[in-house]
Design a protein around this ligand. Structure first.
Ligand code: ADP
Ligand code: MG
Length: 340
């Protein structure tokens, strides 16, 4: 059987079936944004993510600095998705022989800058030859705020019927930025810079995630594969459905200006926004909105609500009240039946 028949997510499920069930101190295993286990009275968190040339980036559209920044950002975003604190990183680089020493220096300048900004230290890694393209693979270790009961974590499996569905920041900017970079769309320089930044210089929402769990948010993830597909994951793992109001999606003016007909599609199905998607009762969301605003953190927008059914589905409601089911949304590395 070919990988494309079962897709990335079907493959991960099969692999999970091959592995023994983890020991009792493991709180979260395969299936969430990061793994979590009990360690000397604390909750340790770990995640890993890889950027591959030709799949995640092209050497002629991303700078080496941006590549370094983004490789760490994607991982910090998964720690943020659990509401955790990011502590240490291991960085593995796979490089073809034609790469210049100075370029690897630039890569590490990007890594150093984002690590410094978010209080994370690179403490090791591995360096290997990679004849067919650059690969940057990062693992980040962190911890939960403190153990406590209930656990101070955001999980994909904890959404409850009646919760509001919220996101931080703007959606679709990264996809719009990628479109501008790869297809050479004609754009005013100011707008182009902002969109490029969204795609290549994302800001993981660590402080926001920590604040949200401190205020009682228990269900969430980061948006790396597109809002619709990622919310479907929350719905499936929580045994619920969701409705999103399309006219409430926070889409930046630059995206609406440059792509008036595609902005909503980018917001729903574009990847790599690295914003947080989370669900909680109205009172908690109201408190969280003002807390984040008071601290100058990313804004929160309520975009929908959790429903009892259809389980695993996301219903899109238009401004005229008409409803349609979101298509299976997640990016699948092997083009398989995504999100099944
Ligand atoms: P994210 O988009 O948040 O990084 P992914 O969709 O990449 O999450 O992964 C989903 C889940 O599958 C995660 O819990 C991840 O740790 C797990 N996973 C992915 N690939 C593998 C693998 N090869 N072996 C074991 N677990 C994996
Ligand atoms: Mg994630």
């Amino acid at each position: 059987m070919r990988l494309s028949e079962i897709g990335e997510f079907g493959l991960i499920e099969r692999l999970e079936g091959v592995l023994p069930v983890p020991s009792a101190e493991v709180v979260v295993s395969i299936g969430d944004d990061a793994a979590v286990w009990r360690c000397n009275g604390k909750l340790a968190i770990a995640t890993t993510d890889t950027l591959v040339e030709g799949v995640h980036f092209r050497r002629n559209s991303a700078s080496w600095y941006e590549l370094g920044w983004k490789s760490i950002a994607a991982n910090l975003s998964d720690i943020a998705a659990m509401g955790g604190i990011a502590r240490y990183a291991l960085v593995t680089i796979g490089l073809p022989g034609d790469v210049e020493v100075e370029q690897v220096g630039e890569l590490y300048r990007g890594i150093a800058d984002i690590c410094q900004k978010f209080g994370t230290f690179v403490v090791g890694g591995d360096t290997v030859a990679s004849p067919f393209g650059v690969v940057v693979s990062v693992t980040v270790f962190g911890e939960a705020l403190d153990e406590g009961v209930p656990l101070k974590l955001m999980l994909r499996s904890a959404a409850q019927v009646g919760d509001q569905v919220c996101v931080t920041g703007f959606l679709g900017s990264s996809a719009a930025g990628m479109e501008v970079l790869l297809r050479g769309v004609e754009v005013e320089p100011d707008l182009a810079i902002g969109l490029r930044q969204a795609h290549l210089h994302p800001l993981p929402r660590l402080a926001e995630g920590q604040r949200l769990v401190a205020l009682g948010v228990r269900a969430g993830m980061d948006i790396s594969d597109g809002l619709a597909g990622d919310l479907q994951k929350i719905c499936r793992q929580s045994g619920v459905g969701a409705r999103i109001w399309l006219d409430r999606l926070p889409i930046h003016g630059a995206v609406r200006t440059v792509f008036p007909d595609r902005a909503i599609d980018f917001a729903l199905y574009g990847g790599e926004d690295y914003e947080l998607l989370f669900c909680a009762p109205r009172e908690i969301i109201t408190a969280a909105r003002s807390a984040l605003e008071d601290q100058g953190l990313a804004p929160i927008t309520v975009i929908g609500e959790i429903l009892p059914d259809p389980v695993g589905e996301v219903i899109l409601q238009m401004s005229n009240g008409a409803e349609i089911k979101a298509r299976r949304g997640s990016y699948d590395h092997f083009g398989g039946p995504a999100g099944e």
